[in-house]
Design a protein around this ligand. Structure first.
Ligand SMILES: [Zn+2]
Length: 293
């Protein structure tokens, strides 16, 4: 992804209540304003609360737009897309699946980011607002070198809580407290943040730990990012987005984390995180309050 002047492109079925589009766009715009405008980005909002996707015409319009954005000139690929990936979007939406994800398309001349929201009305409010912030944070992250799963999800989640609070959609401290509760619900000795450096590896090698994806990559991850910011020189969220991410390319994520947080190495950071997890709620909240804008 690169910084760009062009606005995100929205594709949606317009007979689905506009409310969901407005909520998601507000989250995405908040995140774009804070992190910068990266792209090119296409946002798909596909949903049905009653029977909006019943019509073949409505479905076809979305599938066509999706495949054209991906494949433009190539007729052969376009045909495949219409039958497979494109059709699958509508099928999942018709089946009532609720999804939000970033897919990064790199077979185009210029890589393209797609944010796909399927049946967003299924997400609990007010967290649908922060879903937009979270997913757009992943678009921003793709402009830099890759990070471990917990840092990718934790970074997006931390920003979603932080910016969501500024917009008064949610309460930052309450959300972080809930994340701590989730992270702490994983039994000692079963798994930690460290196990979620690579979620694909976990899926293959230790599928029984996949059930902690949310607790450890997202919730513990958000706290690990809070620790990193609190330990950094300016303790600033803004500086974290501006100065930490460029370090990744230069030195890789392990050195970037330890350098940015002032730790000897990544193990020292993980040790400090384990200590933080055991602190009292009062101490944990004190850490959050040291974080600056
Ligand atoms: Zn995510």
């Amino acid at each position: 992804m690169v910084l760009t002047q062009s606005e995100p492109k929205y594709v949606r079925n317009e007979n689905y209540p506009e409310k969901w589009f407005r909520v998601l766009r507000a989250g995405i715009d908040t995140s774009r304003e804070y992190l910068g405008n990266y792209g090119p980005l296409c946002v798909y909002i596909i949903g049905q609360e009653k029977d909006e996707l019943k019509s073949a015409h409505v479905a076809k319009k979305i599938i066509n737009a999706y495949c054209r954005n991906r494949h433009g000139g190539s007729t052969a690929r376009m045909q495949d897309c219409l039958k497979q990936n494109g059709a699958s979007l509508i099928e999942r939406a018709r089946d009532g699946s609720t999804e939000a994800y970033l897919s990064y398309v790199d077979f185009t001349d210029k890589p393209l980011a797609e944010l796909v929201f399927i049946n967003p009305h299924g997400f609990p409010m007010p967290y649908l607002h922060t879903r937009g912030v979270h997913e757009y944070a992943h678009v921003f992250q793709r402009a830099f070198a890759r990070t471990p799963t917990w840092l990718t999800e934790g970074g997006a989640e931390f920003l979603a809580f932080y910016l969501g609070d500024k917009q008064e959609w949610i309460d930052f401290e309450k959300s972080m407290k809930e994340s701590m509760r989730m992270a702490k619900s994983v039994k000692n000795g079963e798994a930690t943040l460290i196990d979620f450096e690579d979620v694909e590896k976990i899926e293959k090698e230790r599928p029984h730990l996949k059930k902690y994806y949310r607790h450890l990559a997202y919730d513990a991850g958000a706290w690990a990012v809070a620790l990193l910011i609190q330990r950094s020189e300016g303790r600033s969220v803004k500086q974290f987005t501006a100065k930490f991410y460029p370090l990744l390319e230069e030195m890789g994520w392990r050195s970037a984390v330890s350098r940015y947080g002032g730790y000897k190495d990544i193990d020292a950071f993980y040790d400090a995180f384990a200590v933080l997890m055991e602190k009292s709620e009062h101490e944990q909240m004190k850490l959050l309050r040291l974080i600056k804008p």
